[in-house]
Ligand binder design. Structure first.
Ligand code: GSH
Length: 199
C-alpha cells in the first residue's frame, strides 16, 4: 500500500491527495505538522518537505513526480495525456504553473505586507490571463479532466485564504474552479483545515 506524508494545509500535498482519490485506490495518509516535522522526513527527502510518497522501498518527493508515478502505476482514469506530444505539452504547462504561480506561495504566506501584496498581484495577473481559455473548454487541456487541473486546483481553492480577489474578467476561470471543486474526489481529498479555507 502507498503511504503519503502530507501537510494538512499544504497545496502540494493537496495535489497528491486529489490524485489518490481520483484513482480510487487503497492508500494511507500520514498528517505532518510542517512546523514540527518528524525526524524521518529529512531522511526520506533531502529537501525535508512534504509531500513524500512511500511504496515498499520506493520513496518519492516533489508533488508532480509523485503524481506522475501514481498515474502510471494506476492508469485508470489516466490523468496525463496518452499521446507523447500532448504529454510533453502537459509537462511544459506543469513547469509553467510552478514558475509563474506556485513560486508565489511563499510570498502569499509571508508576514511582510509588501511581499504578500506583490505575490497577490502576480497571481491575479497570471490567472486573469488564463481565464479566457475556459470560455471555449471545460478543463485546462480541453474537455477532459487531466493532471493540469489537479495541479492548479489547490491554488484556486486558496484564493480567498490568500486574499486574492479576481475581477469579472476572471469569471470563466472561477466557473471552471467550481467544476473542479464539485468533483467527489476533490471533496474527499481535502483535510478539515482545507475545508475551512473557503466558505
Ligand atoms: N516543490 C515541492 C514543494 C514542497 C513544499 O514546499 N512543501 C512545503 C509545504 S508547507 C514544506 O514541506 N515546507 C516545510 C519546510 O520547508 O520546512 C513539491 O512540489 O513537493
Amino acid at each position: 500500500m502507498m503511504t503519503l506524508y502530507s501537510g494538512t494545509t499544504d497545496p502540494y500535498s493537496h495535489r497528491c491527495r486529489f490524485v489518490l482519490f481520483e484513482k480510487g485506490m487503497d492508500f494511507q495518509v500520514i498528517d505532518v505538522d510542517v512546523y514540527n516535522k518528524p525526524e524521518d522526513l529529512a531522511v526520506m527527502n533531502p529537501y525535508n518537505t512534504v509531500p513524500v510518497l512511500v511504496e515498499r522501498d520506493l520513496i518519492l518527493y516533489e508533488a508532480n513526480i509523485i503524481n506522475e508515478y501514481i498515474d502510471e502505476r494506476f492508469p485508470h482514469p489516466q490523468l496525463m495525456p496518452p499521446d507523447p506530444v500532448m504529454r510533453a505539452r502537459a509537462r511544459l504547462f506543469l513547469h509553467r504553473f510552478e514558475n509563474e504561480l506556485f513560486c508565489h506561495i511563499p510570498g502569499l504566506e509571508s508576514s511582510n505586507a509588501k511581499v504578500a501584496e506583490k505575490a497577490r498581484a502576480s497571481v491575479r495577473e497570471n490567472l486573469t490571463q488564463i481565464s479566457p481559455v475556459f470560455t471555449k473548454q471545460k478543463f485546462m487541456l480541453g474537455d477532459e479532466f487531466s493532471m493540469l487541473d489537479v495541479a492548479i486546483a489547490p491554488l484556486l481553492w486558496r484564493l480567498d485564504h490568500y486574499g486574492i480577489q479576481l475581477d469579472k474578467e476572471a469569471a470563466p476561470l472561477m466557473k471552471y474552479a467550481e467544476r473542479l471543486f464539485s468533483r467527489p474526489a476533490y471533496i474527499e481529498a481535502m483535510t478539515p483545515a482545507e475545508k475551512a479555507m473557503r466558505k
